[in-house]
Write a protein of this length. Sequence first.
Length: 341
Amino acid sequence: MSLLADLLAKLNQREGAGDIPPGLRRIVQQDAQKKTMRKRIISLSVLMLAVILLGIGLLYGVKSYINAPVRTIAQTPVVSPSAPPIPPRADAVPQETLKQVQKDRGTTPEVAPAPPKAAPAPDKGGTPAQKDGEGSQIGGLRQTIRSMVQPSDRRTERDLALYTAKTHEARRDYPQALADYQRALELDPKNYVIMNNVAGTLLRMGRPGDATSFAAKALSMKADYVPAMINLGAAYAQTGNSADAERYLTRAAALDPANRPVLINLALLYEKAGESDRAVTYYTRLADFRDAQGMLGLARIAERQGRRADAVRLYREILSLEGTDAASQRIAADRLNALGQ
């Protein structure tokens, strides 16, 4: 019996130890390792994809920053380019305000002193060849910079030059106004309005010969531009060329019969030439608009013709006219005193 019990005990031990076959254990272990490896591969793949996406985002951001356009500081709004106003004189129209400068009109200029000549730059030494080389390098650098400037930046710079020109013009600083207009024309060389502004400023500075070329060039670009006709006519009148002055001014009057500077310039031209009847025609048109300059012209001609009562009436009407400039009122008061009124 003891021998049989020992055999049964050994058999039970062998069956207990073989609950999980060795092959099955190996398969389970290999499957667990494969799952672990798969998880690691997936984790690494996700990490690499995130790094790649981050790199692409950084590259795009840097490229956008490099290619971003340069922004300029906003400038003060610029007044639209136009012909300069007529300065206040006894025989011309009073100067218009800066807002009125925006209208396309010509001028009867006031003589102003010529701009001072710039002092020569001090000699810094060096041979002529060195100086020529430096000059060519600077010139080439300027051309390179200008070629890199965006069109919008050039327009902004042009408009700023026009604004400062109008400001100097309103202060009667004509040399500086001329420099600003020329700078604007350099930035926009085909702008006939700026050309005419240069012509008007030159007329105010007593340089009708130079003004003629700019006004004529403006007309060559726009044949029906009335302000350029006025400036060209005024320039010819100042140089004593009455025939050409009359030709351009009458042409402007045909295109714009109610244009105040045209009427004044034609009236002054005929009055100076002694053609009183033709001068009266244009002065009367101005007087119909309650214009003090037209009334002054009619009063002057009435005095010369011995029509004292008509002259007195016109001078008194000027003094009672609302909005009359101080210069015209002063002239009317002085003439009334001279006539004993």
